[in-house]
Design a protein around this ligand. Structure first.
Ligand code: HEM
Length: 231
């Protein structure tokens, strides 16, 4: 029992968070305005010298709670690219209602509550294809305000992700300790030239679409170049 629990924690705790981190860096690389805003927040909250960030956070970890835009960047990444989903067992007497009035029995089935579909559903989300961290900061009543229940990167209910707070904390820390020091750019075009036989595959125009490989990973491993930031 203990071995199985430890293995679940090791897998669930590592693969999802690292894949989300890759997508966060990819989206920041594609959205320079958001990246500038993120860096401005780090300068405001932690001071302009990025080399002091680790020391400051270890002395005052509560500073991380002030990083509202950084949290919004992580939430918006998890909306566009949720690393995992939920599965539940069907039960006798439990059915699913469809929009056209059918009742689908669930007994004997496993039900996949697909977060990607929910998060990319045009009926629920305005400006659905845009990377808009702002939607996680606006007040209720704003057209961008996230619809209730449509955002489930960590599942829902008593079996939701036990590691979600740790995951967000890790993601915030990594961003704070890297975003100001490095420029990380996705270079799919360059990768394509180096691997002409692999072809250019996209999904709805997206080169970094998710493929299942444990949790959901970026297609072709998200090739990127890292350099020291010049800003
Ligand atoms: C961005 C990072 C992560 C994402 C997107 C994620 C997502 C999920 C999702 C969707 C579920 C299923 C929840 C449900 O069925 O309602 C889940 C379950 C779980 N996660 Fe995470 N997770 C992440 C990070 C972590 C971390 C850091 C840990 C532990 C250190 C962890 C441990 C677990 C465990 C043990 C479960 C099973 C919970 C249960 O069945 O009661 N996860 N996660």
């Amino acid at each position: 029992m203990a071995t199985s629990q430890i293995r679940t924690f090791m897998f669930a705790g590592h693969d999802t968070t690292s894949s989300t981190m890759c997508y966060t860096l990819h989206l920041l690389s594609k959205n320079p305005t958001a990246r500038h805003q993120l860096i401005a927040e780090h300068n405001d909250v932690l001071g302009p010298d990025y080399k002091q960030a680790a020391k400051q956070i270890s002395e005052r970890p509560n500073l991380l709670n002030q990083l509202l835009y950084t949290s919004a960047v992580i939430k918006e990444t998890l909306r566009l690219y949720p690393a995992a989903s939920s599965v539940r067992s069907g039960e006798p007497g439990c059915s699913i209602s469809t929009p056209n009035g059918l009742q689908l029995p669930t007994d004997g089935f496993l039900i996949w509550i697909n977060a990607y579909v929910l998060h990319n559903h045009r009926e629920h989300w305005p400006e659905i294809d845009s990377f808009l961290p702002e939607r996680w900061i606006v007040n209720e009543g704003d057209p961008l305000y996230p619809p209730k229940g449509a955002d489930r990167p960590f599942g829902s209910g008593p079996r939701n992700c036990i590691g979600q707070k740790l995951a967000v904390l890790e993601l915030k820390l990594i961003l704070v300790l890297t975003a100001r020091e490095f420029d990380i750019k996705s270079v799919y075009e360059e990768w394509g030239e180096l691997h002409p036989t692999k072809g250019i595959k996209t999904l709805n125009g997206d080169r970094a679409y998710q493929i299942i490989s444990g949790s959901a990973h970026p297609n072709d491993g998200l090739p990127c170049r890292v350099s020291l930031a010049t800003h």
